[in-house]
Write a protein that binds this ligand. Structure first.
Ligand SMILES: *[C@@H]1O[C@H](CO)[C@@H](O)[C@H](O)[C@H]1NC(C)=O
Ligand SMILES: *[C@@H]1O[C@H](CO)[C@@H](O)[C@H](O)[C@H]1NC(C)=O
Ligand SMILES: *[C@@H]1O[C@H](CO)[C@@H](O)[C@H](O)[C@H]1NC(C)=O
Ligand SMILES: *[C@@H]1O[C@H](CO)[C@@H](O)[C@H](O)[C@H]1NC(C)=O
Ligand SMILES: *[C@@H]1O[C@H](CO)[C@@H](O)[C@H](O)[C@H]1NC(C)=O
Ligand SMILES: *[C@@H]1O[C@H](CO)[C@@H](O)[C@H](O)[C@H]1NC(C)=O
Ligand SMILES: *[C@@H]1O[C@H](CO)[C@@H](O)[C@H](O)[C@H]1NC(C)=O
Length: 503
């Protein structure tokens, strides 16, 4: 998730490699910076931004059906246009390689495949997998490709194309001069910052596939090895920095050099010292920024939730009872540690270190504290969420900022005055209040810089934004609109009746 990432590589990328007409299909980073097509009929007059059919990287009739259904139902033609652009964005632009026989697919964000982004880029299609077999086959191939990555390099988050694809590995300028232990092969690994939520992304994609299809065939040898490796990381990274004899414990370390965008990680690449609490430490945040303290509350919340889902899927398919038992144990240890060590006066800290250090803030993307209900960790009416949310959406959160046109939560990844639309999406998932929902919804819709796509961040001072092409943000927006179509149909749909895809 890098600012400017797409732009430094754009010259080398052809989005439509598998669509057969690469020569005429422009790179989507370029394409998405100019209004295309004819404008929507609402006051925002948003352009039609889908690439032409021959340039799309995957076609799904189920996805097209949802677009037709939603366009017919949505009251506001501008929201309909945003949905039409955003919902198919992952399939339109990011399927760089897919081979069903090999059971391999390579999904890009910028250049590499990120475990986190990929899971999120597909999150809004899960309910369609039972009716669209080809889409399900694609997701299964994504899981298998990731299982290979995770089984070999569980500490890494971004990867090169599978060798079978014939696609050349890309050079990552920002990995130059970085020393990472355990060492990695740059033909497989694009970047090896350790972020625990990347592994949660892999778990979420796997269990969502199963929940929708009831097909357990993705659980092959690669996949079980990957799961074992995830438990290795959990075990290693929940330990204190020092053992009882003051031996320094290090299983993984990362030191930035000249090319690295992120500053060097202190203490020889190990981060700030931590003391065992039951939480699992991380080195970098979901933004790829350096963690201040190792125990990132929202990532641990997601881990706790996903470990329970993992256990449920294993139990439902009568597989690996040892793993499911372990998953349930860790899930409750982590959840208890969140409640016992991160909450003071009903306010969650974003990060803690086990010594009493707490950083009260929130970062822009997901997992964040604002997204705890979306992650499935707690109910949006829980008093600790309600109180924390008030803090996060106020001056008490160092990364909240408000301007004349746009407001929300940002982070040091861009800067403190560029909040991310994604934070407003998380805010919508965290409330039942119609007024708050509509306000967040139109903060997003009004601030696409007239481009009809969801960007990474938007300035509170003017209409400047970062990342014209950000598939995850588009997917998250579409997922949220579908959630509102079920949960709050009177707010957005003409007939006020709930709409559920495939029903
Ligand atoms: C998607 O369909 C269009 C025709 O509508 C076709 O030109 C294109 O090649 C298809 N894309 C893929 C990846 O099959
Ligand atoms: C998929 O992979 C198989 C096995 O490597 C190969 O024979 C086949 O040609 C590939 N299919 C496509 C469409 O590339
Ligand atoms: C991999 O690392 C080697 C040695 O540092 C470097 O020469 C090469 O360009 C790198 N390859 C890629 C794809 O980054
Ligand atoms: C870095 O991690 C490796 C294990 O991957 C460990 O052997 C080494 O001691 C660590 N180095 C430092 C300086 O912490
Ligand atoms: C579960 O048991 C299998 C078979 O004995 C073993 O290979 C695997 O490593 C175990 N997994 C965990 C997480 O303990
Ligand atoms: C969005 O823009 C419309 C039209 O300019 C304006 O009336 C509305 O207040 C704006 N909404 C928000 C939440 O900024
Ligand atoms: C607010 O949005 C309007 C309409 O898009 C634009 O003309 C104006 O420059 C924006 N103002 C600020 C402070 O961003």
């Amino acid at each position: 998730m890098k600012l400017g990432f797409a732009s430094f590589v754009s010259a080398a990328v052809t989005v439509s490699a598998i669509a057969g007409a690469a020569a005429q299909c422009s790179d989507f980073t370029t394409y998405s910076q100019t209004p295309q097509g004819s404008p929507s009929s609402g006051p925002l007059a948003l352009p039609y931004m889908r690439p032409s059919p021959e340039c799309r990287t995957f076609n799904s009739t189920a996805v097209e059906k949802v677009i037709t259904d939603m366009k017919a139902r949505l009251k506001d033609p501008d929201l309909a246009r945003l949905f039409e652009n955003a919902f198919p964005n992952t399939l339109d632009t990011t399927v760089k390689y897919f081979n069903e026989t090999e059971n391999l697919a390579f999904i890009i964000t910028g250049v590499p495949q990120w475990l986190r982004d990929t899971a999120n880029q597909f999150a809004h299609y899960h309910t369609l997998l039972s009716e669209d077999k080809e889409l399900a086959t694609l997701v299964k191939a994504v899981i298998n490709n990731e299982a290979r990555y995770v089984s070999e390099y569980p500490y890494c988050g971004a990867f090169q194309p599978p060798p079978e694809s014939g696609l050349a590995p890309s050079h990552n300028d920002w990995a130059d001069g970085v020393t990472v232990n355990p060492p990695v092969n740059n033909q497989t690994v694009f970047e090896c910052k350790y972020e625990i939520d990347s592994l949660c992304g892999f778990l979420k994609l796997s269990r969502s596939y199963y929940q929708s299809t009831k097909d357990a065939s993705f659980m092959n040898t690669n996949w079980f090895t990957a799961i074992d490796q995830i438990f290795r990381v959990i075990r290693e990274q929940s330990q204190s920095t020092f053992d009882e004899d003051y031996n320094f414990i290090s299983y993984y370390n990362w030191t930035g050099g000249n090319g690295a965008l992120s500053p060097a990680v202190p203490n020889h690449g190990n981060g700030e010292p931590k003391l065992y609490t039951g939480l699992v430490g991380t080195h970098h945040r979901p933004s790829d920024d350096l963690s201040t303290f190792a125990f990132l509350t929202p990532a641990n919340a997601m881990l706790s939730v996903e470990l329970t889902h993992l256990a449920d899927v294993l139990d439902a398919t009568k597989q690996a009872h040892n793993v499911s038992t372990l998953a349930r144990q860790y899930s409750s240890t982590i959840s208890e540690a969140i409640w016992d060590t991160t909450v003071v006066n009903n306010v969650f800290a974003y990060e803690t270190n086990g010594f009493g250090g707490r950083y009260v803030m929130d970062d822009a993307n997901v997992p964040s504290l604002l997204s705890l209900p979306y992650l499935g960790f707690l109910d949006k009416k829980h008093p600790a969420y309600v109180k924390t949310r008030k803090v996060l959406l106020s001056r008490n959160n160092p990364y909240y900022a408000a301007g004349k046109n746009f407001s929300g939560i940002g982070g040091p990844h861009v800067d403190a005055y560029h909040p991310w639309p994604m934070s407003q999406i998380s805010a919508i998932y965290g409330t039942n209040d119609d007024g708050e929902i509509l306000n967040s919804l139109y903060l997003i819709a009004n601030n696409t810089a007239g481009l009809g796509l969801i960007h990474e961040s938007v300035s509170i001072y003017d209409q400047t934004y970062t990342r014209p092409w950000f598939a995850w943000a588009n997917s998250y927006f579409a997922e949220m609109l579908l959630d509102l179509a079920q949960r709050k149909p009177h707010l957005i749909l003409k007939d006020g009746k709930p709409y559920v895809p495939g029903q």
